[in-house]
Design a protein around this ligand. Structure first.
Ligand code: ATP
Length: 239
């Protein structure tokens, strides 16, 4: 398996032509820690994650995962270093079976005993995926597709899981299911970097959070502190 490592981003920038989407953001995720980034639509959260993964051109004073300089490796190798990514909007392959979708997540491995064991583990964690293993992913509900997207990211056995708005479009009940999954993974010592518009979910799933506005981190602190911060309560919790 992969060695667990600390993720450190310092002075991270993303520009799209004239749009400065991320403007000097710094954050870190300790080994086994669960960290959240909350912010409104367009605040730059997705761009921040994509910058970490090398999916958009970025500039950073420091961008490291343990000993690995993420600025120096292409996106496909980031997965090999043990960072799993659940992109926004799930992006499962609707025309392929549930199981095929999981196997695609294991593209760094072969279909062998290890891969089989990994699929079995994921079916244990998400029994509904096991029940629907031969069904087309496109036939699953939104919540089931989200579970599949998480399961697929777990196929590469990450030590840090990066999730982009997993609650998007889900009913409150399914948001609770996503929360339970994230908590379970974190209890099993997986690091979590959760990006969300749903502040309530984020404060329950993580211990430390950053609040992003217009490409910058405006507030940071423990989830417990932020939950009672008047600015956060007003804007993000509607209190
Ligand atoms: P969302 O909740 O919609 O994902 P976000 O906080 O993740 O929002 P980003 O998607 O990172 O925000 O977008 C940050 C800014 O960058 C926005 O102003 C957005 O319009 C812009 N942007 C994002 N992607 C691109 C792109 N490919 N080209 C140009 N501008 C972009």
């Amino acid at each position: 398996g992969h060695n667990p490592a600390k993720l450190v981003a310092e002075g991270l920038y993303v520009n799209y032509g004239g749009v400065a989407a991320v403007q000097g953001v710094s954050f870190s995720v300790d080994i086994g820690q669960a960290v959240g980034i909350i912010g409104a639509n367009g605040a730059g959260k997705t761009s921040t994650l994509k910058a970490v993964l090398g999916l958009v051109p970025r500039r950073a004073e420091r961008l490291e995962y343990g000993e690995v300089d993420l600025k120096r490796i292409p996106a496909r190798k980031v997965v090999r270093e043990g960072i799993g990514y659940v992109p926004e909007g799930r992006h499962v392959f609707g025309g392929l079976s549930v199981e095929k979708n999981l196997l695609l997540g294991a593209y760094i491995q072969r279909w062998n005993a290890e891969t089989k064991a990994q699929v079995t583990e994921i079916y244990e964690m998400f029994p509904v995926l096991g029940e629907m293993r031969t069904r087309l992913a496109g036939a699953l509900s939104g919540g089931q597709q989200q579970m599949l997207a998480i399961g697929r990211a777990l196929m590469s056995k990450p030590r840090l899981l990066v999730l982009d708005e997993p609650s998007m479009g889900l009913s409150p009940k399914l948001v609770d299911e996503v929360l339970a999954v994230v908590q379970r993974l974190n209890r099993a010592d997986m690091g979590i970097l959760l990006v969300e518009q749903n502040a309530k979910l984020t404060f329950e799933a993580t211990t430390y959070c950053y609040v992003m506005e217009n490409g910058r981190i405006e507030i940071e602190g423990s989830a417990a502190e932020l939950r009672t911060d008047p600015r956060v309560r007003k804007i993000y919790l509607g209190i």
